[in-house]
Design a protein around this ligand. Structure first.
Ligand SMILES: C[S@@+](CC[C@H](N)C(=O)[O-])C[C@H]1O[C@@H](n2cnc3c(N)ncnc32)[C@H](O)[C@@H]1O
Length: 96
């Protein structure tokens, strides 16, 4: 099955992108997981954002010269966020 244009699909991105033809996308705009295991969310700890194969797929489907806009965090923020998550987790352990 190939995906139809101008439809919304609620499916795993790794599966969905494989259903797209080469050079068919005008823009990829994404806020992928930051892989922080934020608040214990399982989707934030799968490693998908670090998948070279997935990003190669993004390049495959984007039309030449088209746009990618991705939300991300820098390493300094990552360090701060990791510290805050540890504090949050520790606080919640004590509060139980
Ligand atoms: C950083 S959050 C984005 C939050 C969004 N910007 C919002 O304001 O609600 C990352 C999102 O990616 C989704 N996600 C994680 N793995 C995914 C996957 N393999 N395929 C599709 N979506 C995925 C998660 O469910 C989560 O909603």
């Amino acid at each position: 099955m190939l995906l139809e244009v101008n439809n919304v699909y609620n499916i795993d991105c790794a599966e969905g992108i494989g259903l797209l033809e080469r050079d068919c996308v005008d823009a990829c705009i994404t806020d992928p997981p930051y892989e922080l295991n934020f608040m214990g969310n399982t989707w934030d700890n799968t490693g998908i954002s670090h998948s070279i194969d997935l990003w190669k797929e993004v390049l495959r489907v984007l039309k030449p010269g088209r746009h990618y806009i991705g939300f991300d965090i820098n390493s300094e923020y990552y360090d701060i966020a990791e510290k805050r998550i540890k504090e949050y987790t520790e606080d919640n352990k004590h509060n139980k």
